[in-house]
Design a protein around this ligand. Sequence first.
Ligand code: HEM
Length: 452
Amino acid sequence: MSTATATATSAFPGPTTPRPLQAMRFFRDPFGYFQQMQAEYGDMFRVSIADEKPWIVLSDPDHIKQVFTGSPAVYHAGKANSVLLPLLGDHSVLLLDGAQHLRQRKLLLPAFHGERMASYGDVMREAAEREVAKWRVGEELRLAPRLQDVTLEVIMRAVFGMRDGAEMDELSRRLVKLLDQVMRPRTFVALGLLGPRRFRELAYVKKQLAPADESLFAEFARRRQATDLAERDDILSLLMQATDEDGNPMTDVELRDELMTLLVAGHETTATSLSWTIERLIRHPDVLQKLRDDLEAGSDAYLDAVIKEVLRLRPVLPVVVRDVQEDVEIGGRAIPKGSRIACSITLMHRNPEIYPDPEAFRPERFLDTQPGTYTWIPFGGGIRRCLGASFALFEMKQVLPAIIEQLELAPVDPSDERIARRLITLTPGSRAHVRVVSRRSASRTEPVTVTA
Ligand code: HEM
């Protein structure tokens, strides 16, 4: 960041507390810290959290709309995600900007269209049913890791197109091991010290990445030989057949980077949202009862509203970030080229003017009302909006009935679980700790028709 940008950014109101203290407060209390800053400094303030540059935090719907509808040439997201580069690689849609981002996004988009989702329904429901069948009455469980197993299986089958067998088991094992290594705090320390590019060149990093990459490249080779490639509807098979405007298919390295991106972007996020939904439902028996009644009547309308309300009240990510590539003016204030903007999902979702009584868990808010494009933003927005949003919502609609219709669950500790931080996600502090009270007798024999 140039000195001129730094000076202009520091002109924004914000705390003077040293950066490590600000970071600590944000990590401990991602909702409360920004609420306090907003109360002190208004709708646009500056904080220093990450090591690169200060964030100018936005929370006004008009300001955020301006960013989401602004030119992608001006508002870059790729650079702000560069911490993921060693794992995701240079071709990841999350890390690119401009024309390159658009090319990758266009290649991926058809695989995520709403109508495609229906073909993944069985895979999603069966993965959930298999997992739930393992839970024993009387047992105490932390749901987040269990649901992560479910979302991983869904990605393996629906995205990677793996079928039962030694190859799927081995690829899952290697990917889980890699993600486990990445999650270790010392990885983040080394990454912070060296920066993503130098970090990726380290021999031990290459050694950690190699086994999963080897399995993926072997799978690509097998898939290219598959006689039924054209009939397969998993996302990898679709991507292998996709071509860009010039008729070029994706290279193996591009395929590897995008699959890794879909795994990292889609696996823990969806499992976390599922965990929060159960955490909320078992503390609100009236809502749970309404949901069961509605499902029993063959409708998924209340389920849809429950999921939207959970994503409002417990968004998985606190902010989405953009780097501005030229001087811009937002809300009458000049924001200089090179600044980093953080659109606050948490502040937007607790704005009492948009959501009266914002702390209350009230799915009825979304029963007959579509959420606002710029006021309900758990999936970000604009040209960078989450590619997997329909996939995630559809998966949640498949998995949740498999749990709540089968089992009576109770919280191990009846107080609300704390909103805790797990690297970048906001997760239930006790990982959705539940006791299995009893098995319910099935009242519905046909699965509810879930709309994508
Ligand atoms: C509840 C689950 C999920 C949540 C809360 C979530 C949230 C987000 C958010 C906030 C962004 C950044 C948007 C922005 O910068 O404006 C994002 C991007 C992305 N997500 Fe998701 N996500 C979820 C599930 C998924 C799934 C299941 C997949 C794929 C299988 C996925 C794939 C992606 C991709 C590829 C991007 C990058 C889009 C781009 O840069 O153009 N996500 N997600």
